[in-house]
Design a protein around this ligand. Structure first.
Ligand code: GLU
Length: 315
């Protein structure tokens, strides 16, 4: 098998929380236990949400935890730049290739119009786009474009796209009925995550993606883009999410479990030990360094189900 090239791809839209650390640690362990290459790419597509101080903080937090990388943000490498906001020309080239294939169309729908369409909701809360703007005439497009800047959608191919996830097993989606034509460029001009992540992972020769299970249902869209852009997809491992005791998914809003609060309460080894225990790598939470863990790491011990964290972490 080829050498594993994995990545951390955090979004600097807030301080990392326990869930980000959990998937970051697993991505790192998978690479380090196999002698592969780790890449850090900072996923700051949205200039309004990503701030410099968050990027510096996230690099510092990863170092504190004992996670390192061989290529990427802060150290450079052959596939830079490693900050998404500096890679817009790549996304534009991919966009143009899709456009040249006749696969894109402008969408003038407002959020309210999309929400009002009587399509079922997806598990991620998005509506299935009903295709309202797909069949507009040239004249209608011209008129509408005087009123509003469009988003751009990709026509979803009428087929089932399936994958074998390393942790979650088989997964398949029929994009037209379960997602609809999806956005590759937003109306404010920002390229969509789905397009950017595929461009970046393929340009950076990433062949293994380890990330949270909440992104499993993005994967068929990404596989569709890999094919249309003529790129080879990586293998995927979608790891469990960490849930608060009341069943909520941890998020960046959960300030009490962000890195600031965690660093005040734990040593790096104690925190890594807790994450490793949740990840099925230790029989009990006990201090351990990422380096030591990488010598015993095994994917077949990682649970696939979400993990509810203990209430005393919230006090
Ligand atoms: N940037 C995304 C996040 O921080 C991860 C995207 C990915 O791993 O594909 O949640």
């Amino acid at each position: 098998m080829d050498m594993i090239r994995g990545r951390f791809a955090p979004s600097p839209s807030g301080r990392m929380h326990l869930g980000n650390l959990f998937s970051g640690l697993l991505a790192w362990l998978s690479v380090r236990s196999s002698g592969g290459v780790m890449v850090l790419r900072v996923e700051g597509l949205d200039p309004d949400r990503c701030r410099r101080e968050y990027i510096d903080q996230l690099v510092e937090d990863l170092h504190w935890l004992g996670l390192d990388w061989d290529e990427g943000y802060g150290i450079g490498g052959p596939h830079g730049p490693y900050l998404q906001s500096e890679r817009t020309d790549r996304y534009q080239a991919a966009f143009q290739s899709l456009e040249a294939q006749g696969l894109l169309y402008p969408c003038f729908c407002t959020r309210a119009e999309r929400m009002a369409a009587s399509a079922p909701h997806r598990s991620d809360g998005q509506v299935v786009y009903g295709g309202r703007c797909r069949y507009l005439t040239r004249e209608q497009r011209q008129t509408l474009s005087l009123q509003r800047r469009p988003a751009w959608r990709l026509m979803a191919p009428d087929e089932v796209i399936s994958l074998q996830d390393g942790l979650q097993g088989p997964w398949a989606e029929h994009l037209p009925s379960q997602c609809g034509d999806f956005i590759v460029r937003r109306s404010d001009g920002v390229y969509a995550y789905q397009l950017a992540v595929v461009c970046d992972d393929s340009a950076m020769e990433i062949n293994q993606v380890v990330r949270g299970r909440d992104l499993l249902d993005s994967t068929p869209r990404q596989l569709c883009l890999y094919r249309l852009l003529g790129a080879t997809p990586p293998s995927f491992f979608h790891v469990p999410l960490l849930l608060a005791p009341d069943g909520r998914r941890l998020s960046k809003r959960e300030r009490d479990l962000d890195m600031g609060a965690l660093r005040a309460r734990f040593t790096p080894e104690a925190l890594v030990g807790l994450l490793a225990w949740w990840a099925g790598q230790l029989e009990r939470p006990q201090p351990v360094s990422p380096r030591e863990l990488s010598t015993i790491f095994r994917w077949d011990r990682v649970p696939s189900e979400d993990i509810t964290v203990s209430p005393d972490l919230f006090v």
